[in-house]
Ligand binder design. Sequence first.
Ligand SMILES: Nc1ncnc2c1ncn2[C@@H]1O[C@H](COP(=O)(O)OP(=O)(O)O)[C@@H](O)[C@H]1O
Ligand SMILES: Nc1ccn([C@H]2C[C@H](O)[C@@H](COP(=O)(O)OP(=O)(O)O)O2)c(=O)n1
Length: 416
Amino acid sequence: MLRRAMFRCGELCSRVFAVEFDLRAEPLYFTLSSSPQVLHHDYQRLFGECGKLFSLHVQSENRIEKAQTHAEIKHKLSSTISRDCDVFEASSFIPDDENSVVKGFFIRDKSTTTLSEDLLNTLRQNKTVCVFSYKREGQYCWQELWSPVSQVKESVRQYITPATAAEHHPSTLNIRNADVFYSMDEAYKVLQECTDIIPESKEVLKLVDEQLETSSGDGFPVIVIEGLDATGKTTLTEALRESLNATLLKSPPQCLASFRQRFDSEPPLIRRAFYALGNYITAAHIGKESLRAPVIVDRYWHSTAAYAIATAVSGRVENLPRLDSELYQWPGDLLQPNLVLLLTVNPEERLRRLRDRGQDKTVEEAELELNQLFRLKVEEAYKRIQNPACIIVDASPSPQEVLQQVQHLIRNKCHL
Ligand SMILES: Nc1ncnc2c1ncn2[C@@H]1O[C@H](COP(=O)(O)OP(=O)(O)O)[C@@H](O)[C@H]1O
Ligand SMILES: Nc1ccn([C@H]2C[C@H](O)[C@@H](COP(=O)(O)OP(=O)(O)O)O2)c(=O)n1
């Protein structure tokens, strides 16, 4: 019998484990079985190297607790563990089964110290954390529930059995209502669940309650400008406000500005729910303002969904939810704009603009590469969002030329 509620009896063997061994490649997938299996080359690289191997998963019925424990462990692993340790993201899931992912880490400790074991033992005090260790015998490797030497118990050996990739990348399985919210209620519930631990949640919910008098907007056109940081959104939206005599709004709205830093430090579940609610407040403002003048919006739901999806999905662009996935659909209860424009510039020009603003001067190579993967995923997710989809605008020319290009589009599409 397993000591924890985690991975209920019998369930363990129907699960696939995925270790993000190399971010540019597919994870390494394995299942468990009671009979030994010969491991081939890739698995030998992960399990065959010398050192101690562990995996650690967090499972709890309480999603806020689960998200926070996962974030704390991530922080502890990156700040405490020695340089001789490799830490990889690892998850366990039931293939193509929505919401089945249990997130965790895989730890390879090549040191001669007991630092990782001491740390794992501390983390294990938390009832939601489950630790497995891995042992080798020739070409075989097995997993068993880990406990410190002083408390060794009989544990069931489960042999590592190579598995193939499932149709949907595991990191896409838990996106709905954990990273992206498709109704206000779902995002609202998350903040309600954390009012005890994050008092600011109450204030945010109060602002949402006060603002929610949305008209569906039969008034002036509503134009959203989207794009990665430093693609020129501020420059363009200011120019459009002047030239169209428009009202300029943004999401998250000004009334949430003082809460942003607080929620940015929270795990994705809470952080994304905060941004989702920001869109509903902005929607209420749009509803009112569009009765008086055209409205320009600096970031809206495309940003919320694209960043959330790109952060949730690990590794390559190919791992994103498929083109026709429901995950790219606009929430049914959120006011739709008339036009969404996505500003794009090539990576070199964007870096130049960031540098001119005094940012990103000391980005290390590795981080640059990760940023590059992330940027590609955000842009691709932006382009896949539907109803309304965005129109791509090349924002590399001068501010004046970009403005003219956009004015032309607005005239054609919105008859302004
Ligand atoms: N079309 C453009 N050509 C060259 N530089 C630009 C252009 N648009 C904006 N910039 C500059 O690039 C930087 C980022 O622009 P900004 O409008 O602040 O982007 P965002 O709001 O998307 O982060 C600023 O220093 C701005 O002056
Ligand atoms: N409507 C919005 C706006 C921003 N976000 C999130 C998405 C990203 O995590 C950040 C991007 O913010 P960032 O500070 O880069 O943006 P600006 O510099 O304000 O253009 O905010 C969102 O989720 N929804």
